[in-house]
Design a protein around this ligand. Sequence first.
Ligand SMILES: [Mg+2]
Length: 377
Amino acid sequence: MKIESITVHPVIVKRQYGTVIAKEGGKAKNTVNRSHFFFFEVRTDNGLTGWGEVSDIPEEDLPKSDAEYVDTVRKFTVGRNPFDIQRMHHDFSQHFLVENSLWNYTRCAIDNAMYDLQGLACNRPVFDFFGGAVQRELRISWVAYIREDLNLIREEVQQKTRQGFDAFKLKVGVDIDLDEARLAAVRKITGPDASIKVDANEGWSVDEAPRYIRRLNKYDLAGVETPVPREDPRAIAAVRKQVDVPILEHVSSLDYGLALVKAGAVDAFNVATTGAGGLWPARQIVTLADSAGVGVLLGSTVELGPGTLAQLHFGATVPNLTLPNDLIGPGMYTADVLQKPLTYTNGRLHVPNRPGLGIAIDRAKLKQLAPKPVGAK
Ligand SMILES: [Mg+2]
């Protein structure tokens, strides 16, 4: 089996509301109203079609030239056997920095499409290629972004609680007084049993973080993500030593994961197929966490349906999932490209066992959200 051709479908989808997070130094990051995606339609010489998603590409990282981008993607796909995953990752990482989100997410989309094709070829769900599913349902923490109007956050959390969500993640880190007021409002709505994490997105200094975490922990935190700038694992470890709340950090490479473990910086890795560059590298990071006695939660780049399906197949195989997962894309976007969009049942997502990743694309939607396909062959 060989990959014969690839078509790149660009898509733009609006979010339910303009989302805001903190950035280093505690300033608000620009509001994100809509997200850019590429969908890879990858066909093989034996008539199979696999799909991969490049999720939520920051506007500043969009390719300068669509033609050049498609040409590069072709170089890493056409002519390859979809089972040659390891070689693809090796070749790809020789050419592109993993820190660049466009190329890292692109690698993930190629990886996802190759696994989708493997599953279709073998008539098996992708989680079977990673040791099989240890769970078929993932608990999701609804992510509430920074909004100054407390009524908006109350409305959002009330609605999600009514839908059955019992886990939340609050974006914080711009204004500690507002953060505390938001957290108090959320805890009042959810009651004492809900799991609530906060994510400061590097918004606090090493000096501020322990004080702020203790202050917010009055409302019983399940974890604090990215309290301080993440470059220095020793700084994160210094914060961790002073508080009694699990510390979580995004891990997108084995090197960084190892550095966190050595520094004793975290209680859990936040791992996502998108951030890690695909199912193959994400699974390696989870194995590192497992061997180091560190927990895992699934992070998110806010994927649409196909990207979320890849994350679900990955999550199904993770034995050390210790916290609820951030897969909120299907609830955050106003449209999707799946024939049957994913839905939450009591705040959970179900992992399908259809062959491959189980992606059935609605071509009318793909067209509607992306009037100009790039690189159709
Ligand atoms: Mg985060």
